[in-house]
Structure formats: structure tokens, C-alpha cells
Design a protein around this ligand. Sequence first.
Ligand SMILES: C[S@@+](CC[C@H](N)C(=O)[O-])C[C@H]1O[C@@H](n2cnc3c(N)ncnc32)[C@H](O)[C@@H]1O
Length: 354
Amino acid sequence: MVFTQFGGNSRVRDDIGMMNREDYWKLWREISSDEVETSKQDNFCILKSSSDTGTEQQTNDAFSDKWGAYQESSKKEVWYQMQKDWYLRLYGFASEEEFADFLKSKEIIFDAGCGLGYKAAWFATLAPESLVIGIDYSEAVGIAAKNYPSHTNLLFAQGDIASTPFIEGSIDYVSCDQVIMHTQNPDETFGELVRITNQDGGEFACYFYAKKALPRELLDDHFRSACANMSKEKLWDMSKQLTVLGKNLSDLNVSIEVPDIPALEIKGGTYDLQRFVYWNFLKCFWNEDLGNETSVVTNYDWYSPSNARRYSEEEVRGLVEANGLDVRHFHQEEACYSGRFIKRSHQAKRNECR
Ligand SMILES: C[S@@+](CC[C@H](N)C(=O)[O-])C[C@H]1O[C@@H](n2cnc3c(N)ncnc32)[C@H](O)[C@@H]1O
């Protein structure tokens, strides 16, 4: 028998291992303040809540377009595998086995901003008795539900992660990987995801784009606002052109020595030329293993959504602190900051107040 407590409510479960799809929806309803109506597809629903301000809608359209295109890619599986390996590094799991053990101890798992749903499906495979919920604002989540119909414990919904229907403390593991920056108000979304994380043993994993060198930041802002007025065709053309630039620079196979240039926030060192341009001036992604299609989509992903906030380490740590979280794991690399966070216990909070 499993006994779970969340948000002041408690659930007693003695049916784990025997649950069918309807049982998992029942579990969803127990933690949701909204009624859910499933569509013809019994692993998918549309949530009432949504945020539909201008840039959120534009961002949503951009991702619907990106994922619709990427769904057909022949390199999709290679990219998924790279993403899973990266996920383990980002959130401090030494191996997939270690991650599986962690997930199995979490009864309800939430992939916030699940895109095409491959990570949610991975979680559902690693923790076959847990309820895994994948929510995304874009139409990608409908494709996700169609792609992964056979995991009984995996349910998808289209909706806004900044305003979820879940009651306080009801989710045991919230994963928000490469998403929060695209929501309308990332700090508020962060607060919402903290709200639904279980106080007792729950964890919240989150990824933040890192601020880059000054020229890249200034150009990114400038390009992104120009891109908001471009047609989709023009945006795809530009993404292809950036990919050719990235490939050509990379093919040169040239290394350069760069001095520290603190005024421009450029870090000195030995750079491959493509990497130097990429990190300091312009996103011109190219990866030989992933090939042309994935590289084009990666460039499209960067400039097409209007919402794409970048954070400094100080800002990330400030947000974590302001939300009363302790850090379980913190990771940083050129592209991002990521970490796993837990709610500071009531006792610790009481001690702090003394
Ligand atoms: C870069 S993708 C990452 C997708 C997935 N987490 C992954 O790691 O592959 C960002 C995703 O966030 C989704 N997104 C952006 N704002 C959202 C919101 N307010 N609510 C739900 N999903 C959102 C987008 O639709 C998109 O699928």
C-alpha cells in the first residue's frame, strides 16, 4: 500500500501495478481543480486555462510550426538520444539507472512544456507505475499523444504551464526542461511550478538559458524583434542561411586565440572559429552528427519565438531563493543553468525566522 500526502490532502493507494488508463485519469482528477474532458483519444485533453497575450501566442505558433516540421525528421531519434544524455548531465544523474530509481520513487511526474513528448514517454518507461503528465501549449502535444498511445501511465494535455489546474503540492517531480524562458512571465511560471511541487520529498528540475556575451545578447534581441514580423517562409529561409554559415565556418576547422574582452563580456581562450562566432555574436548552429535538418530546426527554434528570456547565474539563484527553495543539484555550462530544487521544509523556515 502506498500512502501519499499532498497539499494537506491524503491519498491511499493499494492498486499500483494494476492501474489502467481510466485509473490514471482518476488520479489526475484527484489532483486537479478543473474538470477534464478527454478527447476521442483517451490519452489527451485540452485544459481550460491559457495565456493568450500577443507574444505568448506568437511563441506558441512558432513552436507548433517547429515541432510540426521536426516530427518528420529522419534524425529525430539521434537527437532524442542526445537530449536524454544531456538531461542526465543537466540534472545530476550519473546514469539512466540512477534516474530510473529516482523517478520510481515519485508517484506523479510532470513534464512541463513537453513538446513532442519524447521525454515524458522516457519518464513513463523508466517509472511504469507513476502517473506521467505532459503539458504543452503548442500543437506539438497533440502529436505527442498520437505518438505515444501505448504507455498506460502517460497522459497529455494542451495548456499553459504558467497556470496549471493542479492543487498545491500535488506533483512529486516537476521537470521544466528548456521551457521556462519561453513563457510569458518566466518568474511567475517558476512560482507556479514551485506551488505544485510536493513539499515532502518533491523535486523541481528547471533549465534556464544563460546570458551570453554582450554582442550576442544585443544582436539576439534585435534579431528576435525583427523576426516577430517575418513570415514563416522567411524565418525558415533565414534559419537555413544561418545553418550554411555555421557549416561553412565549421568546415574551415580554424582555431583562433582570443584575448579576454571584459567590456564585451567575451571570455578569452582558444576557440574554433564557428564556436567563437556562435557564442559571442550570432546563433549559427551546425552539428555534423545531427545533420542539416536538425541544425536548421535548432536555428529556427532560437530566433522565431518572441519569448526567450536569458538569465545570469545571480538571477537564477535569486529566483530559487525568493521561492524558498534549497538546491539539490546545480549545473552550469555556456548555454544554460540547470538544477534540481526542493522546497525548504517548514521546520527549516521556522528555524530561519528565530
Ligand atoms: C525548446 S522546447 C522544449 C520542449 C521539451 N521540453 C524538450 O526538452 O524537448 C519549448 C517548449 O515549451 C513550450 N511552451 C512555451 N510556453 C509554454 C507555456 N506557457 N505553456 C506550456 N508550454 C509552453 C513550447 O510550445 C515548446 O514546445
